[in-house]
Write a protein that binds this ligand. Structure first.
Ligand code: 4AD
Ligand code: MG
Length: 461
């Protein structure tokens, strides 16, 4: 078989030649003497048009092919200048190799993304999702390529873990305890020492802490894997299961961390634009008219870098009414993040040095003793896509911080030993892969960039 992608990419070399393709029927139109079948073979989001006529012995059967039936086609590739597609296949033989029921839900017409979500087992067959998930695959490859080319070691941090990296308590517990009959300790609390691992365990909210272990041995590492958060936020940017890319670099500070993040984001964009140009064109035409210009601008500009304190000043002077008022010390909401990156800068912006009270325990305390060496990357259309920081490497400062936050020192004994044995300046960040895909495609709902979305109240399959 020849793949449709090759027919589109190397059309010239196939013109006038006989090819064999196999795929699924997308549409059929037939008149008395001839007809057209649009077929897709999965290799590309575009279809190929097959022309057939009454010279074929099964001509009348072909006119009645059901949508999504699978077929094999042998025919000649002919140029069709001036039409929608650059070529078509003039069939000498079309064989139906598999049937499809006539109530197939994806008939040729525009469907809403919402409807398509309700048939998540069929939606990858639609043009838009074919393009989204191919871009997702190519972007994932770009991530590995970027880090591997620079010698970063890919570390598989655990999915099941006993630690809570973000300290936000948004963890899914992993347990084999009998829910009807939970064992209790003397204080009447659930006794997790009787659980499977002899302690309480959960699905990871971030591979960072374990990533630090490897950075302090291999210098530069990254993780790229599934991440789970039991956040009860029903937004278009939050999923309960998402993928995160987390590099961790030793002998590096926050500025090095931001340099790496900026380089990585640009690399992924460039790689996807070069390797999925037709898909990007498709998104630019049908999903987000400004997409290509915006992505090109990103490649050609330096990301802005402002401190949280400056950001708050800018927001206070803003000419719009925010739903959540801004005060120094508050968390930046999506509306604030988007105002900064879209209205003030119109490009990606790093916001740095957040108040320590709204950030995680592991971030390095700045000399002002009020802020931490953190950096979030905000981008137009999405908001925060990256959260990162320089890590607190000073054992005494970290111990004091853990105590201040009421965390159990024993739970972090190994994390503290990383400072005790070979204290090293280091930093890292986490890129939400789905948010990156939203940025690359212009898709506006996270449910539409992950193959099997899990969100509060919804987990099909
Ligand atoms: O800002 P976050 O919480 O940072 C961390 O987890 C750090 N431990 C990362 C590190 O320094 N190694 O999450 C990082 C990114 C966010 O910027 C966002 O893009 C994404 O992960 N993210 C989510 N994406 C989808 N759904 C959710 N519920 C997400 N929560 C975070
Ligand atoms: Mg964050």
């Amino acid at each position: 078989d020849i793949l449709i992608k090759s027919l589109y990419r190397e059309t010239k070399q196939y013109i006038g030649k006989e090819v064999k393709i196999s795929g699924w029927v997308k549409t059929v139109r037939a008149s008395k003497a001839f007809g057209f079948i649009e077929v897709n073979d999965g290799s590309f989001f575009k279809n190929v048009q097959i022309v057939f006529d009454e010279a074929l012995e099964n001509f009348s059967e072909l006119g009645k092919l059901p949508i999504s039936a699978s077929i094999e086609v042998i025919g000649e590739v002919v140029e069709t200048p001036g039409t929608k597609q650059p070529f078509e296949i003039k069939a000498s033989k079309v064989t139906k190799v598999g049937n499809s029921s006539s109530d197939y839900p994806l008939q040729k017409k525009r469907h809403t993304f919402e409807y398509l979500r309700s048939i998540a087992h069929l939606r990858p067959r639609s043009n838009a999702f074919s393009a989204v998930f191919r871009v997702r695959s190519i972007a994932a490859y770009a991530v590995h390529k970027f880090f591997q080319e620079q010698g970063f070691v890919y570390v598989h941090t655990p999915i099941i873990t006993a630690s809570d990296c973000e300290g936000a308590g948004e963890m899914f517990r992993v347990t084999t305890l009998d829910m009807e009959n939970l064992p209790k300790d003397e204080k009447g609390k659930i006794d997790y020492s009787q659980d499977f691992f002899g302690k309480s365990a959960n699905l990871t909210v971030s591979g960072q802490l374990e990533g630090e272990i490897y950075a302090l041995a291999f210098r530069n590492i990254y993780t790229f894997g599934p991440t789970f958060r039991a956040e009860n936020s029903n937004t278009g940017r939050h999923a309960s299961e998402f993928w995160m890319i987390e590099p961790e670099i030793a002998f590096a500070d926050l500025a090095d961390d931001m340099d790496l993040a900026e380089e990585m984001v640009k690399y992924i964009i460039k790689y996807v634009m070069e390797n999925a140009p037709e898909e990007i064109e498709f998104f630019n035409s049908f999903i987000d008219k400004g997409l290509k210009d915006r992505l090109n601008n990103v490649l050609n500009s330096d990301f802005a870098r402002i401190s949280y304190t400056e950001a708050v000043e800018l927001l206070k002077k803003a000419d719009v009414e925010f739903k959540y008022p801004v005060e120094w010390g508050c968390n930046l909401q999506t509306e604030h993040e988007r105002y900064i990156t879209e209205k003030i800068y119109n490009k990606p912006v790093f916001v740095t040095d957040y108040p320590k009270d709204i950030k995680a325990f592991y971030m390095r305390i700045n000399d002002d003793n009020k802020t931490v060496a953190a950096a979030d990357l905000l981008v137009p259309g999405v908001g925060e896509i990256i959260g990162g920081s320089q890590r607190e490497e000073r054992l005494d400062v970290l111990e004091a911080r853990i105590a201040e936050l009421g965390l159990e020192k024993e739970d972090y004994w190994w994390y503290l030993e990383l400072r005790k044995y070979g204290e090293t300046k280091h930093a890292g960040f986490g890129l939400g892969f789905e948010r990156m895909i939203m940025y690359l495609t212009g898709m506006s709902n996270i449910r539409d960039v992950i193959p099997f979305p899990r969100t509060p109240g919804s987990a099909e399959f």
